[in-house]
Design a protein around this ligand. Structure first.
Ligand SMILES: NC(=O)c1ccc[n+]([C@@H]2O[C@H](COP(=O)([O-])OP(=O)(O)OC[C@H]3O[C@@H](n4cnc5c(N)ncnc54)[C@H](OP(=O)(O)O)[C@@H]3O)[C@@H](O)[C@H]2O)c1
Length: 313
């Protein structure tokens, strides 16, 4: 899938994970002519074109291709399954990122890689800043952290954006699960002792486009120099809630009559441990790129408005 326009100074941008939530949200934005980034030439690829589970296929893909920017939206995201598929999760979330970083470095491309709040241990009490100590609690978080570290060791141009609680009108996510269950049941049990900030994938996609449009970023002139976490940024929507609050808002804003009962994490055991505290401080990305980040309930409303449109496509 290749989208071009006639405007000069366009950059060639590769987006991996085209069928994922973030990949589809980026695709939605760049095919809307109102967005400012239309001058770029985007190539969206899925695992059929670029399989991150196979390092030789990554090398083969770039043999005769070069991009000004690579946005890595692909990942092994099955948090619980990762506990029993550690090798595959490591290949996709760590070794493939290392390979992409090496290629970006060789080809002088900017790599935007997406990471997660799961790199932290979730025991914090004030919003995590980029330089806070990491301590992943499960295989998924560990493999994502190793991907970050591999990219930082290779030092291509670009950025790592850590995000949390991603939802969208595409794919599977908490919002769509709640809407489905809320239509089937009178009441639902939802965890109240894990707090964080939801992220509407469209907002994160807009943030990525802002970075790509910023010449300083593409030339690697933005980050605070020579700090180990200088190319790491945190991004989620503004505000804070628990999964319980999130579920209540989903039902309120969608007009779904379903009662939500608060339960503790211990009453909903999962193979992978979840962080109790996922809140991230976004001051750095807001200051460096002049971003205004929407409040989570406003973005939830936007997504709910988009959902019927997406399901009609
Ligand atoms: N979802 C969240 O709550 C959350 C929270 C924090 C951080 N993140 C991070 O945000 C980023 C985007 O997440 P998302 O929610 O958009 O994920 P997603 O919807 O699960 O999409 C991930 C994409 O990766 C692709 N993929 C998986 N294995 C692949 C392989 N071997 N080769 C090529 N592509 C492969 C998948 O392809 P198929 O469609 O073919 O399976 C899918 O399109 C990821 O880096 C994720 O770790 C997500």
């Amino acid at each position: 899938m290749n989208l071009t326009s006639n405007i000069q100074n366009q950059k060639s941008i590769l987006v991996t994970g085209k069928n994922g939530q973030l990949g589809q949200s980026l695709y939605k934005l760049v095919t809307q002519h109102s967005t400012s980034n239309i001058q770029h030439c985007f190539t969206f690829v899925g695992r059929d074109e670029l399989d991150l589970a196979d390092s030789s296929s990554i090398e083969a893909y770039f043999q005769d291709k070069r991009f000004d920017g690579i946005v890595n939206c692909a990942a092994y995201t099955a948090v619980d399954k990762a506990e029993s598929e550690a090798e595959l999760a490591d290949q996709i979330n760590h070794l493939a990122v290392k390979k992409l970083a090496e290629i970006a470095k060789q080809q002088d491309s900017a790599l935007i890689h997406i990471s997660t709040d799961y790199v932290f241990d979730g025991q914090g009490f004030k919003p995590y800043v980029e330089s806070d100590a990491v301590g992943p609690q499960g295989v998924y978080g560990l493999t994502k952290l190793k991907g970050e570290q591999a990219m930082q060791a290779i030092e291509p141009k670009g950025a790592i954006i850590r995000t949390s609680w991603v939802y969208s009108e595409f794919g599977n996510n908490f919002v769509k699960t709640m809407l489905r269950l809320g239509a089937e049941r009178d009441n639902l049990n939802v965890i109240f002792d894990q707090v964080g900030s939801p992220t509407y994938a469209t907002d994160l996609a807009k943030c990525i486009l802002t970075l790509l449009d910023d010449e300083r970023f593409m030339l690697n002139e933005t980050a605070s120099v020579q700090h180990p976490t200088s190319n790491i940024y945190h991004y989620s929507n503004e505000g804070v809630c628990s999964w319980y609050d999130f579920a209540i808002a989903i039902f309120e804003l969608s007009g779904t009559a379903c009662q939500v009962n608060p339960i503790e994490t211990k009453d909903y055991p999962t193979p992978a441990k979840r962080p109790h505290f996922s809140l991230m401080n976004k001051a750095k990305i807001k200051q460096e790129f002049g971003l205004e980040i929407p409040y989570w309930r406003d973005s939830l409303m936007d997504c709910l408005t988009q959902l019927p449109l997406a399901s009609n496509e």
